[in-house]
Design a binder for this molecule. Structure first.
Ligand SMILES: C[S@@+](CC[C@H](N)C(=O)[O-])C[C@H]1O[C@@H](n2cnc3c(N)ncnc32)[C@H](O)[C@@H]1O
Length: 308
């Protein structure tokens, strides 16, 4: 049962116009994917511009997003993880596509509504953080079962937290007494170990690190990009909106080189062999009017690439 905490919308779409325009959805008979349906903002805009004979597949691993699936004969909702893009498309008889958009991470709905346990702003909530509530470990289970060293690694790699070892040690000591069950319990445990003047920022990073781990976000993104490259037709485009440097680095490197280290390979004759072409500019950030009206867009970066 979900109890809305705010009267706000499910999610305000970020960088709506440039991301949808990048796909050139008007092309006749085009097949497109919105890998992250969420509140359906981007999907509705793609449909508005799409040709009558176009098709759009909207993915989301969270069943809550199904309520935002538009009723349009050209649209198919795929309730699943985008890491299986290629398999799902084959299943739906669309093995090749003309464009894919991914607007990564969680939606406002996840952060603000329905007891999903993503944020220390709601201390009483159970630490869940799963976008797909039918699979995987909850954040509380991760905190309870991971070895201390692995927790430290998660906080260091995904939160870039200097206090990662101390945080992991404090969690290991606390859980030996009793499980850390709520967002408030985790925040209370971590806060004294963080610099006072940056406490909220660092807590945000800690919660983000856990969320990335719980949802396997970076591996899902890597699999998505690899599948997208395979299914894209020549001339087709990928547009990705990222919200933190870890995912942005993966996208940037992949667009540049076709791999995640960003090393452009050369053939025997010294010719470079990148499978995608970056569509300039290198990235697009939201204009000031957008960041003012929608603070969640502040860290967004849109990158676009085309298959030659
Ligand atoms: C930032 S929101 C998308 C918002 C959407 N563009 C809009 O304008 O309303 C990201 C959405 O992607 C979904 N999501 C994140 N990772 C996913 C994955 N690996 N597979 C499928 N859906 C995913 C989340 O559940 C969330 O609803």
């Amino acid at each position: 049962m979900t109890t809305p905490k705010t009267a706000g919308a499910y999610h305000i779409p970020v960088l709506l116009r440039p991301s949808v325009e990048a796909l050139r959805p008007e092309r006749p008979g085009g097949i497109f994917v919105d890998a992250t349906l969420g509140g359906g903002g981007h999907t509705r805009e793609i449909l508005r511009r799409m040709a009558p004979d176009g098709r759009l597949f909207g993915f989301d691993q969270d069943l809550d997003a199904a309520q935002n699936a538009p009723r349009d004969a050209r649209f198919t909702f795929v309730r699943g993880n985008f890491r299986y893009l290629k398999n799902f498309l084959r299943y739906y008889g669309a093995p090749q596509i003309d464009g894919l958009l991914a607007d990564l991470g969680v939606s406002s709905h996840h952060l603000d509504e329905g007891g999903r346990g993503f944020s220390f702003r709601y201390p009483e909530e159970q630490l869940d953080m799963r976008m797909n509530r039918q699979a995987g470990l909850t954040a509380a289970q991760v905190l309870q079962t991971y070895p201390q060293e692995r927790l430290a690694e998660v906080f260091r790699l995904y939160g870039e937290l200097r206090q990662a070892p101390r945080l992991a040690a404090a969690i290991a000591a606390a859980r030996a007494e009793r499980p850390i069950a709520t967002c408030g319990e985790l925040a209370a445990l971590a806060a004294p170990l963080l610099p006072r003047d940056r406490e909220r920022k660092e807590l945000t990073k800690l919660f983000q690190a856990l969320r990335i781990e719980v949802n396997g976000e970076l591996s899902a993104l890597q699999e998505l990009l690899q599948d997208a490259l395979d299914v894209l037709r020549p001339g087709g485009r990928i547009a990705v909106i990222t919200y933190h440097s870890l995912e942005d680095r993966l996208v940037k490197n992949f667009f540049k080189s076709g791999n995640f280290s960003g090393t452009v390979e050369q053939d025997f004759y010294g010719r470079t062999a990148a499978p995608l072409r970056v569509v300039p500019p290198a990235f697009i950030a939201p204009p000031q009017e957008e960041t003012e009206t929608n603070p969640r867009s502040r860290s967004a970066k849109l990158r676009i690439a085309e298959k030659p």
